[in-house]
Design a protein around this ligand. Structure first.
Ligand SMILES: Nc1ncnc2c1ncn2[C@@H]1O[C@H](COP(=O)(O)OP(=O)(O)OP(=O)(O)O)[C@@H](O)[C@H]1O
Ligand SMILES: [Mg+2]
Length: 257
């Protein structure tokens, strides 16, 4: 469904993405992990066409999208919903207008259908009845959920989630993770989920890819990643900050090589 090959992006001479390869199968949830600043959001923005890679290929459903015109990309965008890291809501619009935004801008639906989808989508993220509020009055986690509702009402084939559960309390986070699983199982949604929450990653992922220095250094099932012997991946999933892994640390974790 999503096939990325040799993708590169440089900012101010820093190779953020460096010949990155990543494949996401239909109805698969691919979790992407990696240190802050490694280029996870840059990748998602490149997939939805908000950022142009320097080189490489992104195929969505077999269609090369890196060289599409803005007009042609809008068609592809109807199939891809992105939940932005910061919510990306318009404070000048109400919650309902934000959720309906993509439907009103890019899809030709009647008013009643739009209204129904907005109400349903807000209910799915646990935010019933806040349609007329301004996003500026909402907490960070609520804004994130409104951003997810905006994606859900598009009923897209692909959803890209940029840290969907950061700023969200643990109970709501678990409910959102369950929703991600349900969308895959019931609607066969294909998704990429960027998260720093390793428990969530292991729970929702069909596969987990770790970014490091511009490319993917590990890609496997949750069990394969959990049992990895790769020192960098191991250090990351255990959240250890004090330098490279030593033999002593392996002993502390209880699995000596
Ligand atoms: N528009 C931009 N112009 C210049 N540099 C950028 C731009 N967008 C991202 N970068 C740089 O690219 C790098 C990767 O950024 P990105 O937002 O993808 O990180 P990330 O992996 O999502 O991190 P986090 O986990 O903190 O969200 C950072 O060093 C950032 O400063
Ligand atoms: Mg990011």
């Amino acid at each position: 469904m999503i096939e990325i090959k040799n993708l590169s992006k440089t900012f101010d001479k820093a190779n953020i993405l460096n010949n990155l390869d990543l494949t996401v199968k239909t109805a698969e949830t691919k979790v992407v992990i990696g240190r802050s600043g490694v280029g996870k959001s840059v990748l998602l923005k490149s997939i939805v066409g908000l950022m142009k890679p320097d080189s490489g290929s992104i195929k969505i459903n077999g269609v090369e999208v890196t060289n599409l015109s803005e007009k042609a990309y809008n068609k592809v965008r109807g199939e891809i919903g992105m939940v932005f890291q910061g919510g990306a809501l318009f404070d000048s619009l109400t919650v309902a207008e934000n959720v309906a935004f993509v439907l009103n801008e890019f899809m030709n639906l009647d008013k009643k259908t739009v209204e129904d989808r907005v109400v349903d989508a807000l209910a799915m993220v646990g935010l019933k009845g806040i349609e007329s509020m301004s996003p500026s009055k909402l907490s960070g986690g609520m804004r994130k959920r409104v951003s997810l509702a905006r994606v859900l009402c598009m009923e897209p084939q692909i959803i890209l989630y940029d840290e969907p559960t950061s700023e969200v309390d643990p109970i709501t986070a678990d409910a959102l993770n369950n929703l991600i699983i349900e969308l895959r199982d019931k609607l066969k949604v294909t998704s990429i989920v960027v998260t720093h929450d390793m428990n969530a990653a292991f729970k929702i992922a069909d596969s987990i890819a770790m970014f490091y220095h511009g490319h993917v250094i590990a890609d496997g099932t949750p069990d394969e990643i959990r049992n990895t012997t790769h020192p960098v991946v191991k250090q990351f999933i255990h959240g250890e900050a004090h330098g490279p892994i030593t033999e002593d640390e392996n002993l502390v974790f209880g699995h000596v090589k």
